[in-house]
Design a protein around this ligand. Structure first.
Ligand code: CUA
Length: 383
C-alpha cells in the first residue's frame, strides 16, 4: 500500500501543474470553438458581446473539465476492489478547502461583473446621429415604424426592419398586449417588451444582409411564428431607395379605398400578418382564420345566416372581434378602437373603412362583394 502511494505522488506539484495547464488549455479550446456555431457578428456590439462570452466560456469550460475530470479520476482511482465490502472512510469538513472553493468563485464572479458592466455600458450608450425606429410587438407579430423627417405625425410602417451599414440605430420597443422579447441573434441584442412602458435597445450594423428577428419570450400559441427580418442595406443610398418611395405613399395615399386598404395592411401597421394567412400579402400566421377568399365566405356563411351586410360584418370584426368567433378559433384578436389615438390598438375610422373595402375584394372573382355606400356608412353601422 505504501509503495503504491509513493509511486503516484512522487512529484505531486508536477501533476497539479500539468493538470491545471490541461484545464486552462481545454477551457481556451472550448472558448475558441463554441463561437464557431454562433450567427455572424453583424453589428459593432457583437464583437464585445462575443469576447465577453469567450471569457465566460473559458472559465466555465475549465471548471467543467475540472469537475468532470475529478469525477472520472475518482471513479477509476477509488473504485472498490473485488471482494471489498466495508464502507469508505468517513470524512467531515475541511475549512481550507471550503475557504478556497468559496473564494475562487467569488473572485471570478467579481471579475465577470466588472467586465460585463463595462460591455453593457459600452453597448447601451447613446451615440451621435442615431436612427430611431419604433417596434411594436403584438401577439404574434412585429411591426416597425419610422418617423418621416419634417412630418410630425406621419410614419412609414413596415413589417421588416430596414437600416444600413454604419448607422447607429436606437429601437424603441413597446407591446400592444403581453410581454415579448425583441431578439436579433446576428446583432447580439435581446430586450424584453413590457406592457405599459417603453424599453430600448441600440446597435450598429456592420455587415449588409438579411437576418432573422425572433420573439424570445413565450407569449402564447403563436410565439414560434412571431418572427420578422432585419434588412441591412450596404449604404444610405440603398436604404433611402427603400425609404423614400414608402414615405411617398404615406404622404400621398392612394385615393381608391381598396388600394388604400391594401397599402395599410401591406405596411404591417396593424399586426394581422402574425395570425392570419393571406397569400396576396404574404401573411403566414395560423392562430386566426385564413383570409384567402374571405369575401365569398362572408357572403355565403355569415351574411346568409344573419342578414348583416358584408361590410358591416367585416367592420364589426375589426372593432368587436369577440362578438362572433369563427368556429375553431379563440378570442385572441386585438380589439381595435377609433376613439383614443394614444390608446392601445388605435385604428382610425378611415383606416377601418379602407381595410374593409380591400377585404371585400377577397373573392374568387376579385370583385368587391360590398356596396360602396355601406362602406361609407360604416361609422354608424359598427358603433
Ligand atoms: Cu411574442 Cu413570443
Amino acid at each position: 500500500m505504501n509503495a503504491e502511494r509513493s509511486n503516484t505522488s512522487s512529484s505531486p506539484i508536477l501533476w497539479v501543474v500539468a493538470a491545471f495547464a490541461l484545464l486552462i488549455l481545454g477551457g481556451l479550446i472550448i472558448a475558441e470553438a463554441t463561437p464557431l456555431i454562433l450567427p455572424p457578428q453583424a453589428s459593432a456590439e457583437s464583437q464585445q458581446v462575443d469576447n465577453l462570452f469567450k471569457v465566460m466560456l473559458a472559465i466555465g469550460g475549465a471548471i467543467f473539465l475540472l469537475v468532470q475530470g475529478a469525477i472520472v479520476y475518482s471513479v477509476i482511482r477509488f473504485r472498490a476492489k473485488p471482494g471489498e465490502r466495508e464502507d469508505g472512510v468517513a470524512m467531515h469538513g475541511n475549512a481550507t478547502l471550503e475557504f478556497v472553493w468559496t473564494a475562487i468563485p467569488a473572485v471570478i464572479v467579481l471579475i465577470l461583473s466588472i467586465l460585463s458592466f463595462q460591455v453593457w455600458v459600452s453597448i447601451t450608450s447613446a451615440q451621435d446621429n442615431e436612427l430611431v425606429v419604433h417596434a411594436t410587438g403584438a401577439r404574434f407579430n412585429w411591426s416597425f415604424s419610422y418617423n418621416i423627417p419634417e412630418q410630425d405625425d406621419l410614419t412609414v410602417n413596415a413589417r421588416e426592419l430596414h437600416t444600413y451599414v454604419g448607422q447607429p440605430i436606437r429601437m424603441v420597443l413597446s407591446t400592444a398586449d403581453v410581454n415579448h422579447a425583441f431578439y436579433i441573434p446576428a446583432m447580439r441584442v435581446k430586450q424584453d417588451l413590457l406592457p405599459g412602458r417603453e424599453t430600448e435597445v441600440r446597435f450598429t450594423p456592420t455587415i449588409p444582409g438579411d437576418y432573422p428577428i425572433f420573439c424570445a419570450e413565450l407569449c402564447g400559441s403563436g410565439h414560434g411564428d412571431m418572427r420578422a427580418r432585419i434588412i441591412v442595406h450596404p449604404d444610405e443610398e440603398t436604404y433611402l431607395a427603400w425609404f423614400n418611395p414608402e414615405a411617398d405613399v404615406v404622404l400621398n395615399p392612394p385615393e381608391d379605398p381598396v388600394a388604400r386598404g391594401f397599402q395599410i395592411l401591406a405596411s404591417g401597421q396593424y399586426p394581422c400578418a402574425g395570425c392570419h394567412v393571406l397569400e396576396e400579402l404574404d401573411w403566414t400566421g395560423v392562430t386566426g382564420p385564413n383570409q384567402n377568399g374571405l369575401a365569398d365566405r362572408v357572403v355565403n356563411n355569415r351574411v346568409a345566416a344573419t342578414g348583416e351586410v358584408p361590410a358591416e360584418y367585416l367592420g364589426r370584426s375589426l372593432y368587436h372581434p369577440g362578438e362572433y368567433l369563427v368556429p375553431g378559433f379563440g378570442n385572441l384578436m386585438p380589439q381595435f378602437q377609433p376613439d383614443d389615438p394614444a390608446g392601445a390598438n388605435y385604428m382610425p375610422m378611415e383606416d377601418m373603412q379602407a381595410i374593409v373595402a380591400y377585404l371585400c375584394t377577397l373573392s374568387a372573382s376579385g370583385e368587391s362583394v360590398c356596396d360602396p355606400q355601406n362602406i361609407q356608412d360604416l361609422p354608424s353601422l359598427v358603433d
